[in-house]
Write a protein that binds this ligand. Structure first.
Ligand SMILES: C[S@@+](CC[C@H](N)C(=O)[O-])C[C@H]1O[C@@H](n2cnc3c(N)ncnc32)[C@H](O)[C@@H]1O
Length: 412
């Protein structure tokens, strides 16, 4: 997700036409907090704020992602450059043909830029084209936007796309997810002097949404690297995304899942200096850090703990096939070979293409912060995207041996 500067948090009017939705969501949150004894976990808050049908951010704002300068809130890699889909098509084409697979499954397809780009590129390359391109999308509004984009594809490609309501018991496929894990609800943890507690949402004396903390449920197993974080720290627990990875393991037969997102391995995630966690909100290409501010009008995300994702995938029976930065993956998969001929004209379009590639690869843009995790089952051959610079070993989530021994954690 590309975004720029911070958003000043003066009270802002909801965008035209959104006031009623924002008010409806606020009413629902108040009701839910009241009926839950005055407190809901942050994961429940995030679920409602983003995905409550008709009221949440994704449920009601199909324009949330898209080009700069429009009504969108952020831009993702497939929107930023057509070469993202073109490069991925090379990796998928090779894998699909060698594994004899007939299906791609994409989770959280956004505007369907990746789905349409991939199908066009694969058709043009003429080597491997999936019989079925299945999209799994939680937001009805995003699904409508996807359907409109797919309808503009040539009929021979559009007929391959369908939307799955749920996962089949078992399916063989190449699975994709770009910036989906970061959009899944997280629980919040606060390291107090007395140990770790869960931070959730309640109401203050004036009835406004406010942070409120509770003891962790008994038997709660927290990740080992949390020991690196000093008292005072707040961080996230990706319980829903871990569940997603385990469930992928339960349903995926033969195939590979490639998950692109911003994040780190656990040791870096729980770096002793990252005491404020990674929760971030996006609105109109600006970032802010108060998820309780005007719920439903900003996106809420957290960086991904890739060690936890790899562990959960393994628990679901999948093999870890690779982990590297987005830049390294795209370079390994041949992005520069695709760029060179398209730069030949030296016109404004090729300059725009080069600028997009710079954002995808740049160390201070998306190239290093964004990672690619590959997991799968029944795959023996190495994946081209991880041929050089595979960092799978970094996913080991034991706390760093040099981490200062902060007070014993309550689960010790
Ligand atoms: C940040 S957007 C990314 C969209 C798109 N992949 C892109 O790169 O432009 C997150 C998308 O994931 C969807 N989503 C979130 N949780 C999901 C889940 N559990 N299963 C499927 N889709 C999900 C959202 O509705 C939204 O379309």
């Amino acid at each position: 997700m590309e975004q720029t500067c911070s958003l000043p948090r003066e009270p802002a009017a909801a965008p035209a036409g959104q006031e009623q939705r924002a008010a409806g969501l606020m009413e629902l949150l108040h009701r839910e907090i009241a009926t839950s004894g005055g407190w809901i976990g942050f994961d429940r808050y995030m679920q409602l704020a983003l995905y409550q049908p008709g009221l949440g951010y994704y449920a009601a704002s199909p324009g949330v992602l898209g080009a700069w300068g429009g009504a969108s809130d952020f831009i993702t890699a497939p929107e930023l450059s057509p070469l993202f889909a073109a490069t991925l098509a090379r990796q998928l084409g090779g894998l699909g043909a060698s594994l004899g697979l007939q299906r791609v499954v994409e989770f959280g397809a956004g505007s369907a830029a990746l789905a349409c780009g991939l199908l066009r590129e694969l058709a043009e390359a003429g080597a491997w084209l999936p019989e079925e391109y299945a999209i799994v999308e939680v937001s009805a509004a995003m699904r409508e936007r996807q359907q409109a984009a797919v309808a503009a594809l040539p009929a021979e490609l559009a007929r391959r796309v369908r939307w799955w309501e749920s996962l089949p018991q078992r399916f063989d496929a190449l699975v994709l997810g770009n910036e989906v894990l970061d959009a899944m609800p997280v629980r919040l943890l606060h390291h107090t002097q007395a140990g770790w507690v869960e931070r959730g949402v309640g109401l203050d004396a004036g009835g406004a949404l406010a942070w409120s903390e509770r003891e962790l449920p008994p038997g709660c197993e927290l990740r080992p690297s949390l020991r690196q974080l000093p008292p005072g720290s707040v961080t996230e627990w990706h319980e829903a995304a871990e569940g997603f990875m385990r469930s992928l393991g339960a349903h995926l037969g033969r195939g590979v899942a490639l998950l692109f997102d911003y994040g780190f391995p656990a040791r870096e995630y729980d770096h002793p200096q990252r005491t404020g966690g990674t929760l971030r909100c996006h609105r109109a290409h600006r970032a802010h850090d108060d998820p309780l501010w005007e719920p439903g009008l900003s996106d809420i995300t957290a960086h991904v703990d890739f060690s936890a994702m790899a562990r959960a995938a393994r628990e679901g029976g999948l093999d870890l096939l690779g982990y590297t930065s987005q830049a390294r993956f795209l370079l390994n998969a041949g992005l520069l070979d695709l760029l060179a001929p398209r730069m030949a004209a030296g016109d404004a379009a090729s300059l725009r293409l080069a600028a997009g590639v710079q954002k995808l690869l740049g160390e201070h843009e998306m190239g290093e912060l964004f990672k690619v995790l590959a997991v799968g089952r029944g795959v023996d051959a190495p994946l081209a995207g991880f041929a050089q610079g595979d960092r799978s070993a970094a996913l080991d989530d034991a706390p760093s041996p040099d981490a200062p021994p902060h007070e014993a954690a309550p689960w010790d």
